[in-house]
Design a protein around this ligand. Structure first.
Ligand code: DUC
Ligand code: ZN
Ligand code: ZN
Length: 479
């Protein structure tokens, strides 16, 4: 199967050029000056499909390096399965996800890894890899960290919050970091001070402050900054590389920036919700009632931050200056009915998470339109850096000969309305949208996954099981 994309504007993180792209089988065979392949080349005889991308961007498929399909969490399971979540991702121009295997305290890491492989096998619309969550760091977990590297799992997430569920204490974190320093893997960190949060939550509930807004006020930026600093110090002590997930506080960004300035291998990820949404909106501006339960739609951790304090503005700036390196969704969807409403009378029982896997490419493209980031930086933070950070670059994250034929044709003259009300719809398995009413000045027209067109002309042409497990290598940012 050969596909030729002609007349498009190819955007890589390194630059933009008019070019034709030839895909042969699953891989990109050539990137050529426009029309050069057509000279003396019998297209009709040699190419199965020609796609005219005149006036459109041809970009590497998006890579969402932080998703939680079917994750058991907060007494329920994330509402997207590997099937529904990866299909929704495809609709939005994401052609690879990296999801998380969960190991709760007492469980065996390798058993859990095998369970997650079985859950995803034959289900996914797009390619997928895994990070491994470690809760308690048992001796066997350290052995598993070596074993999993051979399986293509080169990153391990630890939590400084959620005592009794996920939290690792500083000694356990240090042990895992020592292993990462020696085997070359990446430590990912949920950086919030769990003890402080647990106390503030107890006090809020006791005082009758039970609405979703208090989820945010009981997870203050100081808890994020302190934990980020502590994680950086432990990484410094052990020599481990550190990737801080879902950064939402500008003070945490400052900690990351300082560590980077000091030469440490520290990286930061933010998410669309921390670029666009705020605690004030959660409180009431997007609902008609002060402190309404509707605020549960935006309960996620780390929490939304105050717009008045300028976190969102700072996060865009940090993306421009590379204090923050990439944008993932932390896609962890729950329905309002039957899931979020478990916390109707107690915000601490609302499952934490927002669903955005379908909208990340669009939401970040809107940042290009709004002149927050450049076109090339859009590709860099949504595709190229995730590929480099997590050992996929070359096959993923770039349009070049030899790379997988994972390509999105994006129409800057198109339009996308997000949400599920008034003629809108999404493909995520959620009964609400955290992005209701958002308008995007662009549109995902065509999505190609390893050479196969899976989205075209508002139609899904793929099938479950198209996506294959991607065994990742080590991060390209480490020496
Ligand atoms: N952290 C995540 O990364 N995802 C879901 C919830 C959380 O706390
Ligand atoms: Zn987390
Ligand atoms: Zn997450």
């Amino acid at each position: 199967m050969k596909t030729l994309i002609i007349n498009g504007t190819v955007v890589n993180s390194t630059g933009t050029a008019l070019a034709d792209v030839l895909i042969d089988g699953e891989r990109i065979a050539a990137v050529l000056a426009p029309g050069s392949l057509l000279l003396g080349f019998d297209v009709a005889a040699n190419v199965d499909t020609v796609i005219d991308a005149t006036g459109k961007y041809v970009i590497p498929g998006g890579i969402d390096a932080h998703t939680h399909m079917e994750m058991p969490f907060g007494g329920t399971n994330a509402s997207d399965t590997f099937e529904t979540g990866t299909r929704a991702a495809a609709w939005g121009g994401t052609t690879t996800i990296v999801d998380f295997v969960v190991q709760y305290a007492g469980e065996n890491v390798i058993d859990q890894y095998n369970r997650w492989q079985a859950k995803a096998a034959g289900q996914c619309a797009i390619d997928y890899g895994f990070h491994q969550i470690l809760s308690d760091v048992q001796d066997s977990s350290l052995v598993a960290m070596d074993e999993l590297l051979n399986e293509g799992v080169s990153s391990f997430k630890l939590f400084m919050a959620y005592k009794g569920v996920f939290l690792s204490d500083d000694g356990q974190i240090t042990k895992a970091m020592q292993k990462a320093a020696s085997n070359g893997s990446m430590i990912m960190m949920h950086a919030e001070n769990g003890s402080v949060i647990d106390l503030l939550v107890q006090q809020a509930i006791a005082a009758g402050n039970t609405s979703p807004y208090f989820h945010g006020t009981t997870r203050p930026w100081q808890a994020e900054e302190e934990a980020t600093h502590r994680a950086i110090m432990l990484a410094n002590l052990t020599g481990a590389p550190l990737y801080v997930v879902h950064v939402s506080a500008k003070q945490a960004v400052a900690q990351i920036a300082t560590a980077r300035d000091n030469g440490q291998n520290v990286f930061g990820e933010t998410c669309p919700q921390y670029l666009y949404l705020s605690l004030e909106e959660q409180l009431g501006a997007r609902s008609d009632q002060w402190g309404a339960f509707e605020g549960a739609k935006w309960v996620c951790s780390t929490p939304l931050r105050s717009r008045e304090e300028g976190h969102q503005h700072h996060m865009w700036q940090s993306l421009r200056t590379n204090d923050i390196q990439m944008v993932s969704t932390d896609h962890c969807p729950f329905c309002m009915k039957g899931q979020k409403d478990m916390g109707l009378n107690d915000f601490s029982k609302i499952p934490n998470g927002i669903g955005s896997v379908e909208h990340r490419m669009d939401l970040l493209y809107q940042g290009v339109v709004d002149r927050q980031i450049s076109l090339e930086r859009w590709v860099e933070v949504t595709s190229t850096t995730p590929a480099r950070m997590f050992g996929m670059y070359g096959r993923k994250g770039v349009i070049q000969p030899g790379a997988d034929g994972d390509i999105v044709i994006y129409d800057p003259n198109g339009h996308t309305s997000l949400g599920i009300g008034e003629g809108r719809s999404h493909h995520m398995n959620m009964d609400y949208s955290a992005w209701e009413g958002f308008e995007i000045d662009g549109h995902v027209d065509t999505v190609i996954s390893r050479g196969r067109v899976i989205i075209d002309d508002h139609q899904y042409l793929g099938a479950k099981g198209d996506g294959k497990y991607f065994a990742r290598g080590l991060s390209q940012y480490l020496i």
